[in-house]
Design a protein around this ligand. Structure first.
Ligand code: AKG
Length: 456
């Protein structure tokens, strides 16, 4: 258990804003609570995170967010959960980083937006035109106007930080590797006594990391459970009949403070408001693959089967019963195919398609090309074993999955490759698995250019 990580479960009528101070590290925790045990005033069975039964934790990024990564990794928690981690998330992003992004990194739409009272303000009110080389660029952040809008009560949203802010680039990649699903990051900077969005739900699961200030969150049970990406709130037919905020007691009504991490599964309706000072939180969105995603992958593969490429007859949609006949026919073909399908071959294809869509290791293309050329037998190299998502053999030799690309190597390099990936650091001279001096340098320079090795 990492020092200071605590789990608390909160349910309907549970903690009200400001009511949780006794749970905090340094607060007067009620007798019987201790790090790693579920705590907080949750009614039995609701939102309570059980203690880690094994008593040990993997050391990945998840251990910074939740009390019990092993339990979390067993299955996605279906209810909101809150952890007082007792640490800061400011190393991932702080208000100064927001200034750097807006003022020094020439942030462009859609990497940021400004919202107030539930709506995105017209971008012309906070962008400017400037030249980059000869080209005019019309959607650059205007630092002064962004600052004025935030001072006047608007929320600055920084989007796609898993691509633009290095600490979050690294953290999200590592978290995606641990969860096995892609992860994205946004941040919300809200001044005092203000609210950004109205009540809404997200179509992906999120971890909310409170960095600075305090923000009050009200969370209601889903009105449409487990929405998919193309089923956002306003598009649902339920929005005509459901009111927002939903009627009834909230499931959670709580103030997040620096170091708090809230897990909100997709579909849970929420809104957040600052009370005192400016608040900054980072939202890590987990783009979970679903059964529907798997079904789509399977259907994509059915394009290889001639039976499923057959044209529907002329006029097939003239009547509903005509379409129903087609539906029955295709459903019949599908179950016949499923009974015979080579599930293992399909699983291999689906797995590799998924791995291709996972984030690639940072390759540092310019730096690694330069440093690779300088590698000699005595150069110390660090091994980035997290860069390899998968290794397999096929007829042509070894295939390494590196996120968005594959690296093909001759099969006879397998012993040398295994020896490299088993270590944390090495010098080419340490490789004696049947490689001569020339081969050692060719291999290590190539692995450096691909991001598997880096020069210390
Ligand atoms: O801070 C807000 O206004 C809402 C933020 C939000 O919905 C989120 O982080 O998912």
């Amino acid at each position: 258990m990492p020092a200071g990580v605590r789990a608390t479960g909160l349910g309907a009528g549970g903690s009200k804003p400001g009511a949780r101070d006794a749970d905090r590290p340094g607060g007067s925790a009620p007798t019987g609570r201790h790090p790693g045990r579920a705590s907080g005033p949750a009614p039995a069975g609701r939102g309570v995170q059980p203690a880690d039964p094994a008593g040990s934790q993997p050391a990945g990024p998840l251990a910074r967010l939740v009390a019990c990564p092993q339990e979390f990794l067993r299955s996605w928690p279906a209810q909101p959960l809150l952890w007082h981690t007792g640490q800061t998330f400011a190393d991932l992003l702080d208000p100064g980083a927001a200034d750097v992004l807006i003022e020094e990194r020439s942030l462009r739409l859609p990497a940021f937006r400004v919202i107030r009272d539930g709506s995105t303000l017209p971008s012309t009110s906070y962008t400017q035109t400037a030249r980059m080389g000869q080209a005019p660029v019309a959607d650059l952040a205007h630092p002064g106007r962004v600052g004025e809008l935030v001072a006047a009560g608007a929320t600055l949203v920084l989007q796609g930080l898993h691509r633009t802010w290095e600490p979050l680039v690294r953290f999200c990649r590592a978290l995606a590797g641990e969860l096995g699903h892609p992860v994205q990051a946004n941040a919300y900077l809200t001044p005092r006594q203000s609210q950004g969005f109205e009540f809404h739900y997200d179509t992906h699961d999120v971890f909310i990391l409170q960095v600075t200030g305090r923000k009050a969150w009200v969370v209601h049970e889903p009105v449409f459970p487990l929405p998919l990406q193309d089923q956002p709130w306003p598009a649902r037919p339920e929005s005509a009949t459901q009111s927002l905020p939903p009627a009834g007691e909230p499931y959670l009504d709580v103030v997040l403070e620096p170091g708090d991490c809230l897990w909100l599964p997709r579909g849970w309706v929420h809104a957040a408001r600052t009370e005192g000072d400016l608040s900054l939180h980072v939202t890590l969105g987990v783009l979970t693959r679903t059964r529907h995603w798997l079904l789509r992958e399977i259907v994509d593969q059915l394009a290889e089967e001639e039976d499923f490429r057959v044209s529907l007859p002329p006029g097939f949609a003239r009547t509903s019963s005509g379409v129903a006949d087609m539906v029955r026919e295709v459903a019949g073909l599908l179950s016949a195919w499923a009974a015979e399908a080579d599930v293992d071959a399909m699983a291999t294809t689906v797995r590799h398609r998924h791995l291709e869509q996972m984030p690639a290791p940072l390759r540092r293309p310019v730096g690694s090309a330069l440093s690779a050329a300088g590698i000699v037998d005595g150069t110390w190299l660090r091994v980035r074993s997290d860069a390899v998502h998968d290794i397999r053999r096929d007829d042509s030799g070894l295939v390494l999955h590196l996120g968005d690309r594959e690296l093909r190597l001759p099969g006879w390099l397998q012993p040398a490759l295994s020896s490299i990936l088993d270590r944390e650091r090495l010098r080419p001279a340490d490789l004696d698995e049947g490689l001569d001096a020339h081969d050692r340098l060719v291999l290590t320079r190539r692995l450096c250019r691909e991001g598997l090795l880096e020069v210390e």
